[in-house]
Design a protein around this ligand. Structure first.
Ligand SMILES: Nc1ncnc2c1ncn2[C@@H]1O[C@H](COP(=O)(O)OP(=O)(O)OP(=O)(O)O)[C@@H](O)[C@H]1O
Ligand SMILES: [Mg+2]
Length: 281
């Protein structure tokens, strides 16, 4: 069996080559994401995040280098259908992804196209609606929903396809704080229970903090790539890539500067809660 992974080898992407508008969006990116990983990708506007995301399902092809999903090269047209069945992609703007007049039909649409039985379509639609907490909206028209509700419908539609790799490009930009943290919990659940690979692109550090691995892009290059807690110890390096750590991490860093000894592995709210409770005892 082919090794289950997303693999980029020396990938560059030049838009509008040989013109005055020439733009190097990605430069010599080499990267492997294993099945089951939970990877965060961040970087400032224009750093190449969306270009990288769209290369994973072959929406954008490399100018040089290779992108392979489970060993299948995205530049080979024959592979695209299979690759797109493995890779679910969610974009920032849900309006581009919603095509049907009723929420549940929108979720079932992709499944019917897969040729699944009525029973399987119904079961998966119910499941996706319940995972996203959308049962009450199932008979609504998506076009009458709020931006955040539409985003959830778009997520449910992708989820119902049960992709091995779920790529989310700024999925939380329209969500309120509660919906954002619910989405994070959902992603963690999918990763844990179904070994669904999550690639989460966000410039909100709070979103990517709980990923197992955080990649920071800077001017189309991989600038940093490590477990999040290791990256947050060097705020100056992040700043160079236009990223500021989550506020809670800034606070910890300030306490460190004042001489408090705080374990570098502490970054999530749960860990900090444990640390403070220990201090108070
Ligand atoms: N279709 C295109 N044609 C020309 N240039 C493009 C195209 N798509 C992206 N670019 C350029 O490539 C660079 C990287 O763009 P990309 O959309 O990947 O950045 P990003 O990190 O997703 O930014 P943002 O945070 O704003 O979403 C930018 O300079 C952008 O202008
Ligand atoms: Mg983008």
């Amino acid at each position: 069996m082919e090794h289950e992974s997303i693999s980029f080898v020396n990938v560059s992407k030049i838009f509008n080559a040989n013109s005055s508008m020439e733009k190097m969006a990605l430069s010599n990116v080499t990267l492997t994401i294993e099945r089951g990983d939970f990877v965060g990708i961040s970087g400032m506007n224009g750093s190449g995040k969306s270009t990288l995301a769209r290369m994973i399902n072959g929406l954008i092809l490399p100018s040089s280098g290779e992108v392979k999903i489970n060993g299948m090269n995205t530049s080979n047209r024959k592979n695209i259908k299979k690759i797109r069945s493995l890779v679910g992609m969610l974009f920032q703007n849900p309006d581009n992804q919603i095509v049907n007049p009723v929420v549940e039909e929108d979720i079932a649409f992709g499944l019917i196209n897969l040729g699944l039985s009525y029973h399987e379509v119904k079961e998966r639609t119910d499941w996706a609606l319940s995972v996203l907490g959308l049962e009450e909206l199932r008979y609504q028209s998506p076009h009458l929903l709020s931006g955040g509700q539409k985003q959830k419908v778009a997520i449910a539609s992708v989820l119902a396809m049960k992709p091995d790799y779920l790529i989310l490009d700024e999925p939380t930009s329209m969500l309120d704080n509660i919906s954002r943290s619910e989405l994070m919990d959902t992603l963690k659940f999918l990763n844990r229970e179904f070994r669904m690979t999550i690639v989460l692109i966000s410039h909100f550090m709070e979103d990517v903090i709980e990923a197992n691995r955080l990649i920071i892009l800077n001017k189309g290059e991989i600038y940093l790539d490590d477990v999040p807690c290791k990256l947050f110890v060097y705020p100056e390096k992040l700043k160079e890539a236009g990223i500021s750590p989550p506020k809670i991490v800034c606070l910890l860093n300030r306490l460190r500067e004042r001489g408090h000894e705080i374990d570098n592995n502490i970054i999530t709210l749960n860990q900090i809660e444990g640390f403070i409770c220990k201090l108070l005892k």
